[in-house]
Ligand binder design. Structure first.
Ligand code: NAD
Ligand code: ZN
Length: 369
């Protein structure tokens, strides 16, 4: 055709726990689909996990699967019947595509992230979007304004996670909020909580570098470095003291402040315990982090303080809202990018994101002509 397509390049994770950059012929869109030149893709911790473990939770890589699900690009061609996007449009790719049948309870009530038949691109057997040319159901592409960079478009995916979390946790003006974990999700959660008007915000991590990075994102955040020699109860007391001081009071003088909402962004048992002990009575521990199949929680502490524990699985209907937040300058999401690689170096990019001896928060792969 007259599209002048180059070779397709795709980064795949194999059942042998290897990353392979595979060359193939570019795909063409069928009815209802659009062909997207993927211009930017963010590396997610789950991409690293799929590669290093040949699976994640219930999902196993049988042969190989393309990684990546945080992508933005430009439409090159559309198949029959597509009217919502056209060639030249900048689009975000929503990677979770549910069945959307009227007989599906979850799709029908709008909780389409819980559709039992959801196809999530990058979860085997569905190939991911860390590729040059990707064919996607056109209805799951979101047109963005030309003012938005491809990198920002890719970041709409992690932003969707914490936007959904911010909505479900009901973070409001003046709420004291604890964020545990200052990885990419903790960092975007920090931007969301701050934009929602939370104050004070305290963020924790094991890594001083990640805490310093968080402080640059939101200068009035308090950081608390977790010392693994301390118990969760001990850490929680110190975290509460940080809230009280951020409110301008000395701890123990009758004006103590504790977080009403804790946004858990690690999935690590001791961190969930720390959040549980730090949270005020009748508060909420909102768990975004995922971790081991079975974990111990401070059951009686949560029970006797009426603290709720709530969970999140991805997002639903967040893209239009996330696009407005970035377009309107309410969330400056591009600040979390620390490393950039060209598509030809996609393997090195994922290895870099996985290398804890090198500082990174969000690694982005770009294919800008
Ligand atoms: P990440 O691993 O890059 O960041 C986690 C951070 O937590 C790291 O900086 C680490 O140093 C810190 N940490 C580890 N143990 C800690 C402890 N005990 N106390 C405080 N900090 C500690 O991961 P990420 O990409 O930022 O994602 C965070 C979590 O969110 C992951 O578990 C991820 O799988 C999960 N996630 C869930 C959803 C969902 O739909 N529920 C979506 C996206 C990501
Ligand atoms: Zn469904």
């Amino acid at each position: 055709s007259d599209l002048n397509l180059k070779d397709n390049l795709t980064l795949m994770a194999t059942h042998e726990k290897k990353l392979e950059l595979v060359t193939s012929k570019a795909p063409l869109p069928g009815p209802g689909q659009a062909l997207v030149h993927v211009k930017a893709t963010g590396v997610c911790g789950s991409d690293v996990h799929f590669w290093q473990h040949a699976g994640l939770g219930p999902w196993k890589i049988e042969d190989r699967v393309a990684v990546g699900h945080e992508s933005g690009g430009v439409v090159l061609a559309v198949g029959e019947g597509v009217t919502n996007v056209k060639p030249g449009d900048r689009v975000a790719i929503e990677p979770g595509v549910p069945c959307f049948k009227a007989t599906c309870d979850y799709c029908r009530k709008g909780s389409y992230n819980l559709c039992p038949e959801v196809d999530f691109y990058s979860v085997p057997p569905k190939d991911g979007t860390l590729t040059r040319y990707h064919v996607h159901p056109a209805g799951w592409l979101h047109k963005v304004p030309d003012s938005m960079s491809y990198e920002e478009i890719a970041l709409l995916e992690p932003l969707s996670v914490t936007l959904q979390a911010t909505i479900l946790a009901n973070i409001q003006l003046g709420n004291p909020v604890l964020i545990t974990g200052a990885g990419p999700i903790g960092a975007v959660q920090l931007l969301c909580a701050s934009a929602a008007g939370a104050f004070p915000i305290v963020i924790t991590d094991l890594s001083q570098e990640r805490l310093d990075f968080a402080k640059r994102l939101v200068p009035n955040v308090e950081t608390y470095k977790i010392d693994t020699k301390k118990t969760p109860e001990e850490a929680a007391v110190e975290i509460r003291n940080a809230f009280t001081r951020a409110c301008g009071h000395e701890p123990g003088t009758g004006n103590d402040c504790a977080p009403q909402i804790s946004m858990e962004c690690t999935g690590v048992e001791s961190s969930i315990a720390t959040a549980s002990f730090a949270t005020a009575p009748q508060g909420l521990v909102f768990v975004i982090g995922v971790g081991r199949d079975y974990q111990t929680i401070p059951f009686m502490h949560l029970s006797t303080n009426e603290i709720s524990l709530k969970f999140l699985f991805r997002y639903r209907d967040t893209w239009p809202r996330a696009i407005r937040l970035v377009t309107g300058g309410k969330i400056n999401v591009k600040q979390i990018v620390t490393s950039r690689f060209p598509l030809e170096k996609a393997k090195e990019a994922v290895e870099h994101a996985a290398d804890r001896s090198k500082f990174s928060v969000k690694t982005i792969i770009l294919d800008e002509d």
